[in-house]
Design a protein around this ligand. Structure first.
Ligand SMILES: [Zn+2]
Length: 505
C-alpha cells in the first residue's frame, strides 16, 4: 500500500458530508472575502480615556435600549420593527453622540438582527450545521455580574484617519470627537479602511480596523487608505496538486496527513496546560467572588475583577497559541505542495472532556476562520468534512473496533495489530471519507509554544516509527511489573539510591 494513492469516488460534488468552508452556514463570518481586520492597542492619555469612556458608554446605552425594544417584541412573538425603532432611537441619540455614530451603532444592531433572522430561516429549513445548537437574539453590551455596560464605540470609515509614525506605532484621529489617540501595533495590510470599532477590554482600549485589502479609497475620502505591508491577500500559489486532511484535537492540536504520505503532528500540550491553568483560575476567583457576595462583603468586586482578568488573559494567550499553530500549519502544508485542505469536524474532542463542548466548539469555529484566512494567502482551498466517528474508526479496516484507543494517543487495530497515532488515524479516515486512500510514511511532530512552533525531536526529525505502548507506573510505591525491565531497572536504581540516602553508612 505504501505510496499508493487513488481516488475512490467523485469528490465534493456527490458527497453531502463535504463542503467548501465558505458554504457552511455561519461558520465563517459574513464579511467580504478581501477584508482583513487589524487589531491595535490604544494608549489614550488620562483625559482622552475619560472622554472615550463617556462616548463608549453612550454608544453602549443606545445599543442596549434599541436592543431591548426589539428583544421585547421578539419574545412577545410580535413583529420586530427594525425601521421604526431605528428612526425613534436615531432622533433620540443624534444629539448625544452625533448623527454618524448613532447611525453606525444602529446599523450594527440591524446587522445583528438580520443575521439572527437569517439563521432562524436556515433552522426552519433544517440547514443549520450540527454544531449550532441554540439560537439566541442579539445580546446586550453588558457585564451581567456587575450590571455595568460594556464600552464600545463605532466610527464610520470616513470619520477617522490613521497617521503612522513608524511600523509599530502612530495616531488615530477621531474627527467627530476631536480626539487624537496614540496606538501601538503593526499594520500588516494595505487598503481601504472600513468601520472602526473601539472596544474596552479589561481596562485596555483596542481598535479593530477592517481593511479591504488592495482596494483604493473612495474619492470622497482619499485619506481613508491604510498603508501597511501587503496589498494582496494571496501572495503564493499552491506548488502542486496534493491534498491534506486535518483533524483538530486537544492533545494534538492538528494532525495532518498529506496524500504524499507526509504527516504533521502539532502538539497542543502548552495549549492544554494554559487552558487548564486559566480554567482553574476562573473557577477559583468565581467561587470566591460568589462566596463574598452572598455574605454581603463588598470586597467581592475585587474578585470579580480578577475573574475578568482570567477570562481576558486566557483568551488572549490561547489565541496567540492557536494563531501561531495555524500559521505554521499553513506554511508547512504549502511547502508540501498542498492545494486543498479537508478539515474534519471535531467530534471526539468532546469525549476527553464532555462538558467542555462549547468552549472547544467555539475555538473550532475560530480556528476554522483563521485557517481559512491564512490558507487563502497561499491560495489553498479549505473544505469542511462533517463527519462523526472518524477517530473511533480504524483506518485500515474501516470499521469501529471497540476499545481500540489504548491510551489517549494510541490506536491499535485489533485485526491487523497495527498501532497508529489516534489523531493521524482520524485524519486518515477523513481522507477516506472524502475519497482518498493515504498511507502515512513519515511523521513529523512539533509543539506550539508561546515562542513559536518547535520540532519535538530536533535531531531525529522525520523518522517513521509505530508508537509503542509505554508502561505506566500503576501507583507510587507499588513498583513495576518485573517484565518491564527497562523502566523497572531505573526505578530499582532509584530505590537503591533512596535507601542509601536513608542509611548513610
Ligand atoms: Zn482495524
Amino acid at each position: 500500500m505504501a505510496g499508493q494513492q487513488k481516488q475512490r469516488m467523485s469528490l465534493v460534488g456527490g458527497n453531502p458530508t463535504v463542503m467548501p468552508a465558505m458554504e457552511v452556514p455561519n461558520l465563517l463570518k459574513t464579511k467580504k472575502e478581501s477584508v482583513r481586520t487589524v487589531r491595535l492597542r490604544l494608549l489614550p492619555t488620562k483625559q482622552q480615556d475619560k472622554r472615550l469612556r463617556k462616548i463608549a458608554d453612550t454608544c453602549s446605552k443606545l445599543w442596549n435600549e434599541v436592543n431591548y425594544v426589539r428583544r421585547k417584541a421578539f419574545f412577545e412573538k410580535k413583529k420586530v420593527n427594525i425601521e421604526e425603532t431605528y428612526r425613534e432611537y436615531y432622533e433620540r441619540y443624534k444629539k448625544l453622540v452625533g448623527c454618524v455614530t448613532t447611525q453606525q451603532v444602529l446599523n450594527k444592531n440591524n446587522e445583528a438582527w438580520n443575521s439572527f433572522f437569517k439563521l432562524l430561516k436556515l433552522k426552519k429549513e433544517g440547514k443549520l450545521p450540527p454544531f449550532i445548537k441554540k439560537l439566541t437574539p442579539p445580546g446586550y453590551w453588558k457585564d451581567k455580574t456587575l450590571g455595568k455596560r460594556i464600552k464600545r464605540i463605532i466610527i464610520r470609515s470616513d470619520r477617522y484617519y490613521i497617521e503612522q509614525v513608524n511600523n509599530g506605532e502612530g495616531y488615530i484621529t477621531l474627527k467627530d470627537f476631536n480626539v487624537k489617540v496614540k496606538y501601538v501595533g503593526r499594520i500588516k495590510w494595505s487598503g481601504k479602511q472600513g468601520r472602526l470599532e473601539i472596544k474596552h477590554e479589561f481596562n485596555r482600549w483596542f481598535a479593530y480596523i477592517p481593511i479591504e485589502v488592495g482596494e483604493d479609497p473612495s474619492k470622497s475620502n482619499p485619506k481613508g487608505y491604510i498603508r501597511g505591508g501587503c496589498d494582496k491577500i494571496q501572495r503564493g500559489k499552491p506548488r502542486g496538486e496534493e491534498a491534506a486532511f486535518v483533524d483538530i484535537g486537544l492533545n494534538n492540536l492538528f494532525a495532518a496527513v498529506v496524500t504524499s504520505g507526509d504527516a504533521i503532528l502539532v502538539k497542543g500540550g502548552v495549549v492544554k496546560s494554559e487552558y487548564y491553568w486559566w480554567k482553574s483560575e476562573k473557577r477559583n476567583t468565581q467561587a470566591t467572588r460568589d462566596l463574598m457576595r452572598n455574605n454581603g462583603l463588598k470586597i467581592w468586586e475585587r474578585f470579580h475583577h480578577r475573574y475578568l482578568r482570567a477570562l481576558f488573559k486566557s483568551s488572549e494567550r490561547l489565541r496567540h497559541l492557536y494563531r501561531t499553530a495555524v500559521r505554521f500549519l499553513a506554511k508547512e502544508l504549502h511547502e508540501r505542495s498542498v492545494k486543498s485542505v479537508y478539515l474534519g469536524y471535531p467530534y471526539m474532542i468532546t469525549q476527553d472532556n464532555g462538558n467542555e463542548h462549547n468552549t472547544n466548539i467555539w475555538w473550532f469555529r475560530k480556528i476554522t476562520q483563521w485557517l481559512y484566512d491564512v490558507l487563502k494567502e497561499y491560495g489553498i482551498e479549505l473544505f469542511i468534512v462533517l463527519e462523526n466517528n472518524t477517530s473511533r474508526e480504524c483506518s485500515v479496516c474501516h470499521v469501529i473496533h471497540e476499545n481500540a484507543r489504548v491510551h489517549r494517543g494510541l490506536y491499535v487495530c485489533s485485526v491487523s495489530g497495527r498501532k497508529m497515532n489516534a489523531d493521524l488515524n482520524a485524519a486518515t479516515n477523513i481522507a477516506y471519507r472524502v475519497g482518498y486512500v493515504v498511507s502515512v510514511k513519515k511523521v513529523e511532530s512539533f509543539i506550539v509554544t508561546h515562542n513559536g512552533v518547535k520540532p519535538v525531536t530536533p535531531l531525529r526529525r522525520g523518522i517513521a516509527q509505530d508508537p509503542a505502548v509505554k508502561p505506566r507506573p500503576s501507583r507510587r510505591g507499588e513498583g513495576h511489573p518485573p517484565q518491564l525491565c527497562g523502566v523497572a531497572s531505573v526505578c530499582q536504581a532509584d530505590q537503591r539510591r533512596r535507601i542509601s540516602r536513608r542509611n548513610p553508612c
